[in-house]
Ligand binder design. Structure first.
Ligand code: UDP
Length: 251
């Protein structure tokens, strides 16, 4: 089992992206359609989990939790447990396609508005020529059509279900439907389909390397300021809290 580092009660795996690909492979090989949850905690996740006990508990059920943001990396450093690597959501997503193309896995994309998942599928198929994306569906649907979406997924029984409906909606959706979904793993992917569809451009590589991708997103989508306002509070909390590993809802 991989080492898990706790930040305010949220458990995150200390792994490289190659190891994340390897663990995903093991999960798929042993899951037997049990819908293992994969999450990508960032600062917004950690802070939301201090207010939302349901989200906090759902994150605890994850079989793989990749370190998504610079704030998470800082949280590891403060504990003198440095994370081996930061794994942005899209990096994990692409890694799963890279491994899955070789292994013959099937994929389903759920999330994004309008034709975003279709365009993401087409773009991915132009990169991963042998990838089997067996279906897709947009992420805005009413509760009464939810059963239909699940039925479609279950008819296809993909190995990997990527759910890109933003956090915590996507994690809650997966958790609520876990016992119905016939998939090996289900991973929350935030805005990744938007990137893959070319709807949103990722930060230049130098910004990604400096860990300031968040600044790029903020400049391009100023309305994110409200969401990002948790960052200073997070830093203050982890700097001054007595035990950085403990979360508000830890028993
Ligand atoms: N979304 C969705 N259904 C919803 C709410 C959101 O499919 O009910 C999609 C939205 O279109 C966008 C993604 O979820 O593609 C959320 O992206 P966001 O940038 O919030 O995620 P982040 O990368 O910040 O986690």
């Amino acid at each position: 089992m991989q080492e898990r580092i706790k930040i305010l009660g949220v458990e995150i795996d200390n792994i490289t992206s190659d190891e994340a690909g390897e663990i995903t492979k093991q999960l798929i090989e042993t899951s037997n359609k049990s819908c293992s949850l994969v999450v990508a905690p960032n600062v917004e996740f950690i802070m939301a989990a201090q207010k939302d006990e349901e989200f906090f508990n759902i994150l605890k059920t994850s079989k793989l939790a990749t370190p998504d943001s610079v704030g998470v990396i800082i949280g590891g450093k403060l504990q003198k447990k440095p994370f081996k690597e930061r794994i942005p959501g899209q990096t994990y997503f692409r890694k799963v396609f890279e491994v899955g193309e070789k292994e013959g896995w099937t994929f389903y994309l759920l999330g994004g508005s309008g034709d975003i998942p279709r365009r993401a599928k087409e773009h991915l198929e132009s990169i991963y020529l042998k990838a089997k994306i067996v279906g897709y569906h947009e992420g805005y649907f009413k509760e009464d059509s939810e059963e239909k979406v699940i039925e479609e997924i279950n008819n296809l029984q993909p190995n990997v279900l990527f759910v890109a409906m933003g956090a915590p909606r996507q994690e809650k959706w997966i958790y609520e439907n876990k016992d119905k979904l016939k998939v090996d793993i289900a991973a929350g992917q935030g805005g990744t389909f938007d990137y893959e569809a070319g709807n949103i451009k990722r930060a230049p590589v130098w910004m990604q390397k400096c860990g300031i991708e968040w600044l790029w997103r903020l400049i391009r989508e100023p309305k994110r300021i409200k969401r990002m306002a948790v960052l200073p509070l997070y830093l203050l909390t982890i700097l001054f809290t007595k035990d950085i590993t403990k979360g508000k809802f830890d028993k």
